[in-house]
Design a protein around this ligand. Structure first.
Ligand code: FES
Length: 95
């Protein structure tokens, strides 16, 4: 288990490590859009990870290519459907 804090609400949840950020956010009822069903094709699940980004899985090519096309991308940007939670606590900013 790991702790997932969601901004702007500031709510924290215990979620299972090894699941995607998207599935974790959906499982706790946070409002996150997933137009492509988690296939890295739509960018609707774009989030920022201000804390704990090193706990997440590394960015793979398919995610990197999609992120490159997003206006307003930052160094903390991830696609929630592609980022898998590790054991360290993570804070995610819904955009
Ligand atoms: S849900 Fe479509 S890119 Fe993540």
């Amino acid at each position: 288990m790991t702790t997932l804090t969601v901004l702007p609400s500031g709510k924290s949840y215990d979620v299972a490590a090894g699941t995607s950020l998207l599935k974790a956010l959906q499982s706790v009822g946070e409002a996150i859009i997933s137009k492509c069903g988690g296939e890295a094709r739509c960018d609707s699940c774009h989030v920022a990870v201000p804390v704990g980004k090193k706990s997440l899985s590394k960015i793979q090519r398919v995610e990197n290519e999609k992120l490159d096309g997003i206006v307003g991308i930052g160094s903390n940007s991830r696609l929630a459907c592609q980022a898998v939670l590790g054991e360290e606590a993570v804070t995610v900013q819904l955009l």
